[in-house]
Design a protein around this ligand. Structure first.
Ligand code: ADP
Ligand code: GLC
Length: 467
């Protein structure tokens, strides 16, 4: 039932990831952060995601959902999750797996498209039975919901156009009455159909909204996106500033705020000792990277820089998980340059906090970056970002040498080794002067990176749709 009558608004928010229930990348953090803030603003948000298994809910109840025969049996388990509050979990064949998308080998599950088609079909049937004011979809996993749903109004957030879940054409007739909108060059594309059918399309940063309508940034979908240009907007992500708060963070060695940056030194010492990076004195500067290891992040551009770190001079500490070949090469580099480069393989939340709190610079040479959360996390903790001029990095990191207000970091014009190296040199030179360095750090820490403003923008968008 709609809650519009009492002045409120009910939104069904559909996602494949939600921190800390199921986290792979920034989608999980973005979904959780936005939902939390929308609820704080009084929006009634029903979050629905796949039941990957082993997710505990209090006050649980389940309902069977009436779905077409190909879906098999489907139900929705609802209750209250300790960290995220009210939550709805879709149970259907193939959804419960140890990793949302990947087999233990690191390759995708061969039936990923089919799994998320079942998920989307079940969600559509569930929504049809009790339509909210607005349906908010995220990325390709949720795109096919619109194949089987015609009301209510919908918002599609694009977190990463590089992933589209394209599969063979036989699904077009199965995913729902509007399945033909998902036909894409003889295949089924879960995202192209949602781009055609959603009432509003939100890219996760204003600059990404512009990029995805170009052949260079559209991953093949720039034309359908240009076709919908009037419906496309960009809303910059935020970060959860309760979780990311250096003044009270239990995961770092010494809490600090922007009035007392010297307390960051204890975090730096702890980090250097933990990673065995040699001397703990304040020079040379320490740069950090926290990342998924994928082509997107441009980590291969850092490889040729590692042997040059001694000359900059600079030390680099990297935490990353993903591509096994890249991880292997990074381990080798760390073994060859132990005084200047440390690499920790894995996904480690507590080490990530310490890396932001104890580093001087944060390096992010992405080839493309829809928004990027880590550069904001870094700035919140006084680590100065060195980034490429792509996606949300452009919206969040004005260059210290180009911005009349002093900037927040250092920007490489292109994702190329020499440009990244030049930006690193500029950064290293600048932070040698403690006064100018402190000014940059304090400016980054003073920015409001929270979800407050983005959530207000989403609420305004919902209201606009509801009329
Ligand atoms: P993406 O979603 O493309 O991976 P983002 O910067 O948007 O990039 O978000 C990544 C999120 O995951 C951030 O919250 C970051 O702190 C976290 N993260 C990424 N890699 C790791 C890692 N290896 N260990 C711990 N946290 C990580
Ligand atoms: C994707 C993008 C990243 C963005 C995140 C959350 O994973 O790669 O840039 O910050 O989604 O929207």
């Amino acid at each position: 039932m709609s809650t519009r009558d009492n002045g409120g608004m009910r939104v069904v928010f559909v996602t494949a990831e939600l921190a800390p229930v199921a986290t792979v990348g920034g989608l999980a953090a973005a979904a959780a952060g936005l939902v939390k803030e929308l609820r704080a603003l009084g929006v009634d948000v029903d979050v629905v995601m796949p039941d990957y298994g082993k997710i505990e809910l209090a006050d649980e109840h389940a309902v069977e959902i009436d779905v077409p025969a190909w879906v098999g049996t489907a139900s929705i388990r609802s209750g209250v999750h300790d960290d995220v509050g009210p939550l709805h979990l879709v149970r259907a064949a193939g959804l419960a797996r140890p990793h949302p998308y990947l087999q233990p080998s690191g390759e995708g599950w061969p039936d990923n498209a089919e799994r998320f088609f079942r998920f989307a079909r079940t969600v559509a049937a569930w929504i049809d039975a009790d339509p909210p004011d607005v349906v908010h979809l995220n990325d390709w996993h949720t795109g096919p919901v619109l194949a089987a749903l015609s009301a209510p109004p919908t918002v599609l957030s694009i977190h990463n156009l590089a992933y589209q879940g394209t599969t063979d054409a036989r699904w077009l007739t199965k995913i729902g009455p509007r399945g033909r909108h998902y036909e894409w060059w003889g295949a089924t594309n879960p995202l192209s159909g949602a781009i055609a059918l959603a009432d509003r399309i939100v890219a996760v940063s204003p600059n990404y909204a512009a990029e995805i309508m170009t052949p260079e940034g559209g991953f093949g979908l720039d034309e359908p996106l240009r076709h919908r240009w009037g419906a496309v907007t960009g809303i910059l992500n935020g970060i959860d500033t309760d979780v990311w708060n250096p003044a009270v963070d239990p995961l770092i060695a010494a809490p600090f705020d922007r009035r007392d940056l010297t307390r960051r030194d204890d975090n730096r010492i702890e980090l250097i000792n933990r990673l065995d990076l040699g001397s703990t004195d304040t020079s040379p500067p320490l740069a950090a990277v926290v990342t998924r290891l994928t082509d997107q992040k441009g980590i291969d551009l850092i490889e040729p820089i590692v042997p040059l770190l001694a000359d900059i001079p600079m030390r680099l500490a990297m935490l990353g998980s993903g591509d096994a070949d890249l991880a292997g090469r990074l381990h080798e580099l760390a073994a060859q340059h132990p005084e200047h480069f440390a690499f920790v393989e894995g996904y480690d939340e507590s080490l990530s906090h310490l890396l932001f709190a104890g580093s001087d610079l944060y390096l992010m040479p992405s080839r493309f970056e829809p928004c990027g959360l880590t550069q904001m996390q870094a700035m919140r903790y006084g680590s100065i970002p060195v980034v490429t001029a792509v996606g949300g990095l452009v919206d969040t990191v004005p260059d210290a040498d180009a911005d009349p207000r002093g900037g927040l970091g250092f920007v490489a014009a292109r994702a190329r080794g020499e440009d990244v190296l030049a930006a690193l040199f500029r950064a290293a030179r600048r932070i040698r002067d403690p006064r100018r360095r402190g000014a940059l750090q304090r400016r980054g820490m003073a920015v409001d990176w929270s979800w407050r403003v983005p959530a207000l923008s989403y609420r305004a968008l919902y209201r606009d749709l509801v009329g």
